[in-house]
Design a protein around this ligand. Structure first.
Ligand code: SF4
Length: 702
């Protein structure tokens, strides 16, 4: 593979949490050329179909190219003055909790950092949440419960070194394709076994050695059964459990009560008992086992419990942070991890600190010299839009995301935005959400943006500009700082460039840290602009004791008060809203191989649209027959929240009674076609993540 050329810019793919390195350049004829970076350790030169089409998504069609107020073009100063004035007036009249920011895993870490600082340290509210809430908030909550800090212990290298990879709630073949290729290579090279746990027979399951199509919502039962099995057959690492963990007795007694035998698990999960036993025996016999989990686990009313049920099994075998072994949460978005690091969730503070600890709040306030420090968590995504709807939040700023389509119960979200006193949207292109903007601000796009992202294995990479930013378009961090200055906080938001913000972020992570948190970028706190410019992809944090191995938690010391990891006792609870006589089917949702979010980029590329040019709902043939439907018929789908239409595709990879609809379609492509109008806003009590993988549904031929 051709090595990097001097005219190519090293940057990072903006689509998913794999974080593939990309080399980009503008050729002499003006054409944009993009290829995989052969030296980037996340992808070694490979790109999936979406990454390969990046150059075709950079057209200016649909771009927001100048600020607008009520749809009319205005000067930047006019727009910024209005935003700052309306936010300040709302805060003065109704308090800081009457305003909110809803941001995005598309933002770079530097953008995220200043947005979080403005809301939590200067406006004085925790009301900043991100669309990553819909993606991986349950993993964050599960990590914090078990490890005391939101830490992903493993690395992608573990996929090369594992003898068993268990993918649960992850269609990696479509959603993290480059990682999945790596797993298949491990199978070819070292005979790694791949087990897929997913109600659907997906492309990932097609390639697996064993597919466990469990019934929706039964993951805790399956992993409680695994924990009980490990204890029964003597496959636990008892010295590890004794030395490095707490809470085992409570967890195992609940697991045994929940899952007394493999037969009981098989019955409860709707699986053949022989397959359950095969999974349990393989896990018990394999020292190097990685459990990869993604949205199928996280997007649940009990997602945090599911995450902890998985982590419990790895604690029992002592397989945390070891080569080829450990629980591994894979994120959906390119910078969900960077957002977590700066505290871009309503219930977190920067640098892995939290509101539950008053000393953390004081520490961050001291570092920021905060004018008005938030003392409590703010509204999480679903609650935030409820608060917009009922008038508790009167001004909202939405950055780089499309909640009018992507939020569950999106009809209610649209009604809330319509009713809201003041809506600001900063984005790259016009979307369903920009229609609600009182003020629309043009933000820089991929190829223009400059900053850092963190991928699923905690590897920091740079996104670098390689095309000129249109004249009236600004970087997100610049727009946020411009508003902050106009609100009277200029001295705290005077950054010359993204490198200056990165230095402050790194300094905060080290401020009064002394090992209290693993997340510590202190060694980068004085990075020069030159070094920031040439910054190559690297893992962070690095454990001090093993600088050549970036795996974390291997030493068995955790960020809890007693230094021990916590087993969390969890009980099988099932889905929040089972199918019923009015809605006899269950809707599952997910992504397609060639599409991204609400298609605002990938929808521009004909070859990416070719596989699924219109919304398709997948049904088992039995359900199609019972509802008198054939392949290609138009189906009317209804849930307790709304309705949508899609063409029928018959696929016996669905279990009977379960229906699958992709998340992507929005008002730009079809009216009421995506999952937003249908999806349930019921959330996990710990993470606030909505149950997007299950809602009762009925359908009929249109
Ligand atoms: Fe981009 Fe993800 Fe595909 Fe890599 S796997 S090219 S990061 S979409």
């Amino acid at each position: 593979m051709q090595t990097r050329q001097s005219d190519e810019v090293e940057t990072t793919c903006p689509y998913c949490g794999v974080g593939c390195g990309v080399l980009a350049k503008v050729a002499a004829d003006g054409a944009i050329c993009v290829r995989g970076d052969p030296e980037h350790p996340a992808n070694f030169g490979k790109l999936c179909s979406k990454g390969l089409a990046l150059s075709e998504t950079m057209a200016r069609d649909g771009r927001v190219l100048h600020p607008e107020i009520a749809g009319e073009r205005v000067e930047w100063n006019t727009a910024l003055d209005l935003v700052a004035r309306n936010f300040a007036d709302t805060i003065a009249q109704h308090g800081p909790d009457a305003v909110a920011f809803y941001i995005s895993g598309q933002l770079l870490t530097e953008d995220y950092y200043v947005a979080n600082k403005l809301m939590k340290g200067f406006i004085g509210s925790g009301n900043i949440d991100t669309n990553s809430r819909l993606c991986m908030a349950s993993s964050v909550a599960g990590h914090r419960r078990a490890f005391g800090e939101d830490i992903v212990p493993g690395l992608y290298d573990d996929f090369d070194e594992a003898d068993l990879i268990v993918l649960t709630g992850s269609n990696a073949a479509w959603c993290h394709p480059i990682l999945y290729q790596r797993m298949l290579t491990a199978r070819r090279v070292r005979g790694t076994k791949i087990i897929v746990i997913d109600p659907r027979r997906t492309a990932t399951a097609d390639e697996s050695d064993l597919h466990l199509p469990l019934d929706p919502g039964t993951d805790v039962l399956l992993f409680n059964g695994l924990l009980a099995h490990l204890a029964r057959v003597g496959a636990m690492n008892e010295s590890y459990v004794a030395k490095h963990t707490s809470g085992f007795e409570a967890a195992i007694s609940l697991a045994l009560a929940d899952a007394p035998s493999s037969e009981a698990v098989a019955l409860g999960c709707g699986l053949p008992v022989a397959d359950v036993r095969l999974f349990y025996d393989l896990f018990a016999a394999t020292e190097r086992a990685v459990t990869v989990y993604s949205q199928g686990v996280n997007q649940s009313a009990h997602g945090t419990d599911k995450v902890n049920a998985i982590i419990n099994c790895h604690l029992a075998t002592g397989s945390i942070g070891k080569p080829g072994a450990g629980p591994f949460s894979v994120t959906g978005q390119p910078n969900a991890m960077g957002g977590r690091e700066v505290g871009g969730l309503a219930n977190q503070l920067a640098a892995h600190m939290g509101f539950e600890n008053g000393e953390d709040v004081d520490r961050v306030a001291r570092f920021w010299r905060a004018r008005n420090m938030a003392r409590t968590s703010g509204l999480k995504a679903v609650d935030m839009f409820r608060a917009v709807g009922d008038g508790r939040v009167r001004a909202i700023w939405i950055m780089g995301t499309n909640p009018a389509v992507s939020m569950p119960d999106s009809s209610r979200v649209r009604a809330a935005l319509k009713r809201c006193d003041f809506v600001v949207v900063s984005d790259v292109v016009r979307t369903d959400t920009t229609r609600f903007a009182d003020v629309l601000l043009p933000a820089a796009a991929w190829g223009e943006k400059d900053g850092t992202v963190t991928n699923s294995e905690r590897r920091l990479s740079r996104q670098r500009p390689f095309v000129p930013t249109p004249a009236e378009v600004r970087a997100d961090w610049r727009i946020i700082c411009d508003v902050a200055s106009r609100m009277g906080f200029a001295d705290a938001f005077e950054y010359a460039d993204p490198a200056a913000i990165f230095r402050e972020h790194a300094s905060l992570s080290a401020f009064e840290n002394n090992g209290a948190r693993l997340f510590n970028l202190g060694a980068l706190a004085a990075i020069s602009n030159g070094d920031y410019e040439t910054f190559g992809p690297r893992h962070w944090p690095q454990p001090n004791e093993r600088p050549d191995d970036a795996r974390l938690l291997a030493g068995g010391r955790f960020q809890t008060p007693d230094g021990r990891a916590r087993f969390i006792p969890v009980r099988q609870e099932g889905v929040a809203q089972p199918a019923n006589s009015a809605f006899p089917l269950a809707l599952n949702t997910g992504r397609l191989r060639d599409q991204w979010h609400t298609m605002t980029r990938t929808g521009l590329v004909p070859r990416l649209m070719a596989n699924a040019p219109s919304p398709v709902v997948e049904l088992h043939s039995r359900d199609a027959a019972e509802n008198e439907m054939d392949e290609g018929d138009l189906a009317y789908l209804a849930t307790p929240y709304g309705f949508a239409r899609a063409k029928v595709r018959i696929n016996d990879g669905q279990k009977p009674g379960q229906v699958f609809l992709p998340i992507h379609w929005s008002g730009q492509y079809a009216v009421n076609a995506g999952t937003g109008p249908l999806a349930s806003p019921v959330t996990d009590p710990f993470s606030g993540q909505p149950e997007l993988k299950h809602v009762p549904l009925r359908l009929r031929r249109e």
